[in-house]
Ligand binder design. Structure first.
Ligand code: HEC
Length: 131
């Protein structure tokens, strides 16, 4: 009887025996990050309008936290502010406000062309995106 040794060399799968190493696959490009922390706001036309006001006047400080401004989407920073109530936030955004550490929110974000309603809409957007 012949030894069966050579049999173990028989290929068991194409992958093992193809003869060509598979080229390493480049990692897939990660999916693009969502731009807005709360895409749901776009379902609400009032919040979408507030967002465009916010982009024009408020994001300069509130996007990355310039001068101590609470950042959009920073729920920890916004929680105690939101707890003051919407009326207080409106009043501070319209008339300006010095925080306890001396940081200053300028009246209307420094844009006198904004109406009270426009400032309120921007506040609503920022609050909705920061809860
Ligand atoms: C020049 C920078 C700057 C711009 C522009 C700006 N903010 Fe602010 N904002 C601040 C700072 C700094 C604070 C934090 C003040 C504090 O500590 O309470 C703040 C705080 C606030 C608060 C929280 C107030 C409170 O009682 O806690 C609201 C609401 C707000 N801003 C709304 C707006 C809106 C709406 C706009 C655009 C129309 C805007 N801000 C533009 C700097 C800015």
């Amino acid at each position: 009887m012949r030894p069966r040794g050579p049999v173990v060399l028989v290929c068991l799968s194409f992958a093992a025996c193809g003869g060509e190493a598979e080229a390493p696959v480049a990692p897939a490009t990660p999916p693009a990050q969502a731009v807005s922390p709360t895409p749901a706001v776009f379902d609400d036309p009032a919040l979408a309008a507030g967002r465009s006001i916010w982009m024009d006047t408020c994001q300069g400080c509130h996007d990355i936290g310039i001068a101590g401004a609470p950042k959009l989407g920073d729920t920890a920073a916004w929680a105690p502010r939101i707890a003051q109530g919407q009326a207080v936030l409106y009043e501070h955004a319209i008339n300006g406000h010095f925080g306890p550490t001396g940081t200053m929110m300028p009246p209307r974000g420094g844009n006198d062309a904004l109406s009270d309603e426009e400032v309120k809409a921007a506040v609503d957007y920022m609050v909705a995106a920061s809860r």
